[in-house]
Design a protein around this ligand. Structure first.
Ligand code: NAD
Ligand code: ZN
Length: 378
């Protein structure tokens, strides 16, 4: 390939500083080094975790950065030692790696590989290394991925090769939101057939959790959101009932307890709010209720009364839906191609990389489920 071994100049949306619009810049992307793969990003979703970094976490050492972590693309070139990928392969960049060698990868109990950017830099949300520069400055790769760029460079342990038949402008959603919510229900909560579930927050992550609860055979799926416009979509994914906390003048846990004879079997928090995390826990039935934190926040402590857990509830968290990333993503792509999971229904808007700030505004105001940006022509 003509570009192999050379620096590529391309367009990327740079977050120069927190709480400011992204700026479309020309950046330089260095060639891949040992065990690295350079990827042409074709499409990317915009996830709330991008907004979290920009507007909420705002960690000063996490900027300048190229955001975006829910993308799909095509291998442009590979560095020394890469045998698993070739130029032209369709791939999904992974914000959580799977080195297959560390003690976490070797354990079937977790997907928390210790080799990726997240191992010691989860507060900054970017690794110390980056193959990007812009105007003479190093620009960080948010969550190690940076899919708001036409090209990115990733270690091969954080890249999944997917079916050549996969439409990249759809399967990009499996790079984060859909695997996260679906897996939180299926892998982390381990929802059982016939159970009653409550999902708090009906963005793409929460809707994917609804889809996961349904796939696992849940009988009742109660969808909870303060934006009632999300309820119609939740029905599409299998929600059976809807609750808007704003319609009630008592705690939502009490509302759910009355609806379910004491509480739900499983609750999933897909908002990223410590108050909602507590409500979700308290909405579970004593004895065996399981509550899973999926929403992302690292800014405040959370609280609950110990008796909630003493009474037999379990409080868990889920990163990327508990999927071991390199193994799980190609399987989810196959499930989509086999029509076993939905993706198209999450996409409410299509835009270009140049319109990324409009996409961010839509999400900020709750006006989209997922916007997919086309990044490079295929
Ligand atoms: P989103 O902004 O599209 O959806 C959030 C939803 O929560 C909205 O529908 C909003 O109306 C609703 N909401 C807000 N306050 C609420 C409240 N008090 N009660 C009930 N609903 C409320 O976001 P998303 O992209 O679906 O992401 C959801 C969360 O998941 C974010 O916190 C994101 O950072 C996190 N996330 C976590 C992981 C992970 O691996 N754990 C991965 C991806 C995203
Ligand atoms: Zn995400």
């Amino acid at each position: 390939m003509a570009t192999a071994g050379k620096v590529i100049k391309c367009k990327a949306a740079v977050a120069w500083e927190p709480n400011k619009p992204l700026v479309i810049e020309e950046i330089e992307v260095a060639p891949p080094q040992a065990n690295e793969v350079r990827i042409k990003i074709v499409a990317t979703g915009v996830c709330h975790t991008d907004l979290y970094h920009l507007f909420e976490g705002m960690h000063k050492d996490g900027f300048p950065a190229v955001l975006g972590h829910e993308g799909a693309g095509i291998v442009e070139s590979v560095g020394p030692g890469v045998t698993e990928f070739q130029p032209g392969d369709k791939v999904i960049p992974l914000f959580i790696s799977q080195c297959k060698q560390c003690r976490f990868c070797k354990s079937p109990k977790t997907n928390q590989c210790e080799k990726g950017w997240a191992a010691d830099r989860h507060d900054v949300m970017a690794s110390a290394e980056s193959r990007f520069t812009c105007k003479g400055k190093k620009v960080l790769q948010f969550m190690g991925t940076s899919t708001f760029s036409q090209y990115t460079v990733m270690n091969q342990m954080a890249v999944a090769k997917v079916d050549p038949a996969a439409p990249l402008d759809k399967v990009c959603l499996l790079g984060c939101g859909v695997c996260t919510g679906f897996g939180a229900a299926v892998n982390t909560a381990k929802v059982e057939p016939g159970s009653t579930c409550a999902v708090f927050g009906l963005g793409a992550v929460g809707l994917a959790a609804v889809m996961g609860c349904k796939a696992a055979g849940a009988k009742r799926i109660i969808a909870v959101d303060i934006n009632p416009e999300k309820f119609e979509k939740a029905k599409v994914f299998g929600a059976t009932e809807f609750v808007n906390p704003k319609d009630h003048n008592k705690p939502i846990s009490q509302v759910l307890a009355e609806m379910t004879d004491g509480g739900v079997d499983y609750s999933l928090e897909c908002v990223g709010n410590v108050g909602v995390m507590r409500s979700a826990l308290e909405s579970c039935v004593k004895g065996w209720g399981v509550s899973v934190l999926v929403g992302w926040t690292d800014m405040y402590d959370f609280a609950a009364r110990p008796i909630q857990l003493i009474a037999g509830r379990t409080w868990k968290g889920s990163l990327f839906g508990g999927f071991k990333s390199k193994d799980g993503v190609p399987e989810m792509v196959k499930a989509y191609l086999d029509k076993k999971v939905k993706l198209d229904e999450f996409i409410t808007h299509k835009m270009t990389l140049g319109e990324v700030n409009d996409a961010i505004e839509l999400m900020k105001h709750g006006e989209c489920i997922r916007t997919v940006l086309s990044v490079s022509p295929q």
